[in-house]
Write a protein that binds this ligand. Structure first.
Ligand SMILES: NC(=O)C1=CN([C@@H]2O[C@H](COP(=O)(O)OP(=O)(O)OC[C@H]3O[C@@H](n4cnc5c(N)ncnc54)[C@H](OP(=O)(O)O)[C@@H]3O)[C@@H](O)[C@H]2O)C=CC1
Ligand SMILES: O=C(O)CCC(=O)C(=O)O
Length: 449
């Protein structure tokens, strides 16, 4: 084993001993450390100065309780988190997730990945993430509002337009950001730039709602262009049916693909005529219903209860996982292979397990890691911050054009960096090394802080 490999193995071993229960965090770190050796060999100063050990420890983790009252007058308590992981490149930036599975391991993995994602955008944003184990499903508007207000009572002490700028993630969209913003304003005055993903009537950015899904499809379209190919005529499946999934479907359809299926946590639908996106938006964005209600208007579609789209027997070209972490374990990766998939591009954060990734690699399936492919959302959040600071809203076309350029740049950076350091087309290594390089240089020049 080379000295650098040994150094990396020791870092990983120490973390495993310290946090054996933080499986998602350890997984994200293992994937990252497994790819950066060629860069460290060429740039030994980062090993000498122990930048990696510093990078692996979050600058700060804030954990707090969130008391709130339900509609029946009962007292409820949830846990809240904000992981302020790394501020070498700018204020901490990353979403808030409301989901019952949220714990410190999930928060840390998301914030860790966010550092490199944000770095890849080339915009001035550090890495952070937060959320709560609160389950928004089945809650009334009043309950959501009271919960968000209580969360912000505590979180407001730690955030600000130049300190830490949260946004949405699973379970947090425009409605929740609105309630969070209102409470921050009541306590601190009007600071438009303290949150992104705001509704348009008060300093939200046009195209932020669409940005992650559109950005994902732009990323893949630049990859396809490199292969003299395009989305035209491609068969696509998407997991999830939330913000990222819906706008990935919209852009893929616009570019000529047919998206046959998507899902939520209750099951999957396949529509042989292609997903009716207007109906899906009505079900998910307006009525907040379960996905099987799609069949009321499209009886020719099939509903597969409790099955993810990746479990189905269906031939398609492109898989866009847009639901959650580890939704593609090894057995489903094998299923993707037998279903004839050629490209897997992640809208979700870390939806593919490490073992599943090996299966995809072994079968020469092009794999686009989330930290590169889903960076469009946070990139447009940074553009929202720029608009808020300028006090000028940009047009949809301007933001969308910038987004496409940013995704092109991220794709090309990952491709070229992997060629330079690995001598191969490996977008995981490319994303990790290019994302790390910018952060590491900033950390080195800022000294021991
Ligand atoms: N929003 C953004 O800008 C960005 C989001 N991402 C990532 O994209 C993914 C989706 O986020 P987003 O669309 O915003 O979230 P939403 O809450 O809008 O949608 C999430 C979707 O995924 C499904 N889902 C979530 N958890 C599970 C689960 N455990 N099992 C099965 N299905 C599940 C949900 O189904 P159900 O409603 O039934 O739970 C829903 O359809 C996440 O991984 C997020 O981190 C990445 C970059 C930016
Ligand atoms: O827009 C943002 O700041 C957050 C986006 C996010 O949470 C993510 O990229 O995973």
């Amino acid at each position: 084993m080379t000295e650098t490999k040994q150094y990396l193995a020791n870092l990983e071993k120490e973390l495993k001993l310290k946090y054996p229960e933080q499986t998602e965090f350890l997984q994200a770190v293992e994937e990252f450390l497994g790819t950066v050796e060629p860069f460290l060999v060429k740039n030994p100063e980062f090993v000498e100065k122990n930048i990696l050990e510093m990078l692996l420890i979050p600058e700060r983790i804030i954990e707090f309780r969130i008391p709130w009252m339900n509609d029946q007058g009962q007292w409820k308590i949830n846990r809240g988190y904000r992981v302020q992981y790394n501020s070498a490149l700018g204020p901490y930036k990353g979403g808030m997730r409301f989901h019952p599975t949220v714990n410190q391991s999930i928060m840390k993995f998301l914030a860790f990945e966010q550092i490199f994602k944000n770095s890849l955008t080339s915009l001035p944003i550090g890495g952070g993430k937060g959320g709560s184990d609160f389950d928004p499903k089945g809650k009334s508007d009043g309950e959501i509002m009271r919960f968000c207000q209580s969360l912000m009572q505590e979180l407001q002490k730690y955030i600000g337009p130049n300190e830490d700028v949260p946004a949405g993630d699973i379970g947090v969209g425009g409605r929740e950001i609105g309630y969070l913003f209102g409470e921050y304003k009541r306590l601190n005055g009007y600071h438009a730039g303290v949150l992104t993903g705001k509704p348009l009537s008060y300093w939200g950015s046009l195209a932020r709602t669409e940005a992650t899904g559109y950005g994902l499809v732009y990323f893949v379209s630049h990859l396809l262009k490199d292969q003299n190919d395009s989305f035209e005529g491609k068969k696509v499946l998407v997991s999830g049916s939330g913000n990222v999934a819906i706008y990935a479907i919209e852009k893929a359809q616009e570019l000529g693909a047919t998206v046959y299926g998507c899902c939520d946590s209750s099951g999957s639908i396949i529509d042989p005529e292609g997903i009716d996106l207007a109906l899906l938006k009505e079900i998910k964005e307006v009525k907040r219903e379960r996905i099987n209600t799609y069949l009321e208007s499209h009886p020719n579609a099939e509903f597969y209860p409790n099955q993810s789209v990746w479990e189905l027997d269906f031939k398609y070209d492109i898989a866009l996982p847009c639901a959650t972490q580890n939704e593609i374990p090894v057995e489903l990766a094998k299923k993707l292979v037998t279903n004839g998939v050629q490209i897997v591009a992640e809208g979700a954060n870390m939806p593919t397990t490490l073992e599943a990734l090996e299966v995809l690699k072994a079968n020469n399936i092009v794999y686009c890691p989330g930290k590169a492919a889903n960076a469009g959302g946070v990139a447009v959040s940074a553009l929202e911050m720029a608009q808020n600071a300028q006090r000028l809203p940009w047009t949809f076309e301007k933001v969308d054009q910038e987004l496409n350029l940013i995704m092109k740049n991220i794709y090309e950076t990952c491709r070229d960096t992997s060629n330079e350091y690995v001598g191969d087309f490996d977008l995981v290594a490319g994303a990790n090394i290019a994302g790390f390089e910018r952060v590491a240089k900033a950390m080195l020049s800022q000294g021991l802080v």
